[in-house]
Ligand binder design. Structure first.
Ligand code: SF4
Length: 409
């Protein structure tokens, strides 16, 4: 590892706010590595990162976080000594100071083969153990649950470290075809067992649910329950229709495994533009049946899909035990639960948490930019300005108006 580590550029920026911040009860999301060593055909992160200029494919692009930088952020926040933090880091201070839970493994697997080689997650786990910080992990890796260096730390955090193990089918062949390089469903169920045996709360992460692959969910959930999982979280596969040839070839490979043309199916059954999510009509019967089945087994049930959020047993749809009270409640998922209980919900019901933890989030700046451009565009169109200098002039005027406006923003 000594020489290897020199090959790793340690400038990856994490934590970050999840882009699902308005809908997430633990939006401070952390990834150890810039990319994942596994190769799941359905990978959401692959789709996301493929749209960037550098793409996802080149091995030399692997980066990791700089552990010293991460430690400095948490140390400074907890000691309220934040003068040396930059603006990006400062926005996390209230959230960290309130010791809200951090989710680990949003866009890459923190226990993948890169971790086996470089051990950056382990290095950071030792730090988070020392400050007893609440964490929720998401992984498909099983090897680390047989490694005492990791398990000795997890043993000490049965009260605030939660693990989601992702499995989409109990079928070994289908899983292997869909998730290249990942341990088998059986090996992952063994990982659930090892974690549950030391007292860790484990959630079966049945995400993404793929029609044509995840139909054996009753068998899978039954096995997870037997292994010691106490909850299930589900979300259906979403298909990005804005696909280049590389992404389309993934859909073709998925179609072969599913037994139907997945691209056509999503195009025909999703009303959304771009990111195709299927219809509620298709998903709701499966989710409702699953909820009843999971409750029958005495497990908690969660849905992180955009549909059927009302089926959640708590506002944290990843399955973090509600009694830990470490999630933030200023999100749409919680608003839906309040509405379900009271028949009505107001923004004020969730506003306190939003103001408390995300006051420094750049909502304001984003709003200013949008308003600036809108006003400028409106003026330009209205007055039919024709020259560049006139456009610049009017944009400046619009900005002055806007600055007056935003005094009361
Ligand atoms: S394990 Fe997760 S992050 Fe890694 S390739 Fe699979 S879906 Fe993507």
């Amino acid at each position: 590892m000594g020489n290897d580590i020199k090959l790793l550029k340690q400038d990856y920026q994490s934590p970050r706010w999840s882009h699902e911040i308005i809908d997430c009860s633990m939006p401070m999301s952390f990834d150890t590595y810039s990319k994942c060593s596994y190769d799941c055909l359905y990978c959401f992160a692959f789709f996301q990162k493929s749209h960037c200029t550098t793409g996802y494919g080149k091995p030399e692009l692997l980066r990791s976080v700089n552990p010293d930088r991460v430690i400095k952020l948490f140390e400074s926040a907890l000691k309220n000594d934040t003068a040396k933090l930059n603006l990006d880091q400062k926005q996390f201070i209230p959230y960290i100071q309130a010791r809200r839970i951090m989710q680990w493994g949003g866009l890459a697997d923190e226990f993948d083969e890169w971790e086996r080689r470089f051990g950056i997650t382990l290095e950071l786990l030792k730090y988070f153990d020392s400050i007893d910080y609440p964490l929720s992990f998401s992984t498909k890796a099983a090897w680390w649950t047989k490694d005492e260096r990791y398990m000795s730390l997890f043993k000490k955090h049965t009260h605030n470290w939660h693990v989601k193990i992702s499995i989409i089918t109990a079928d070994k062949q289908r899983a292997r075809a869909m998730e290249k390089g990942v341990s088998t469903p059986e090996q992952r169920l063994d990982a659930v067992k090892r974690l549950a045996e030391i007292g860790i709360h484990v959630t079966l992460r049945l995400r993404p649910y793929i029609i044509g692959v995840s139909g054996d969910w009753k068998e899978l959930i039954g096995k997870a329950k037997q292994a010691g999982a106490d909850s299930v979280t589900v979300e259906f596969f979403c298909m990005d229709a804005r696909a280049n040839d590389g992404l389309k070839s993934r859909y073709e490979a998925m179609s072969k495994i599913c037994g139907f043309d997945i691209y056509r199916f999503y195009m025909d059954n999703s009303k959304q533009n771009g990111y195709k999510r299927l219809s509620r009509k298709i998903k709701a019967p499966i989710i409702h049946e699953m909820k009843a089945y999971v409750h029958n087994l005495g497990m908690r049930f969660y849905v992180s899909d955009m549909y059927c959020r009302e089926c959640n047993d708590g506002c944290n749809c990843c399955g973090v035990p509600p009694e830990w009270a470490v999630s933030q409640s200023g999100n749409i998922g919680n608003a839906i639960l309040i509405a379900k209980e009271k028949g009505v919900v107001h923004f004020s019901d969730i506003a306190e948490s939003i103001g408390k933890y995300f006051g420094d989030f750049k909502w304001h700046d984003a709003a200013v930019i949008i308003r600036t451009l809108t006003i400028a565009a409106r003026w330009i169109i209205k007055r039919r300005w024709r020259t560049g200098s006139e456009i610049i002039g009017i944009t400046l005027k619009a900005l002055i108006h806007l600055l007056k406006d935003t005094a009361a923003f």
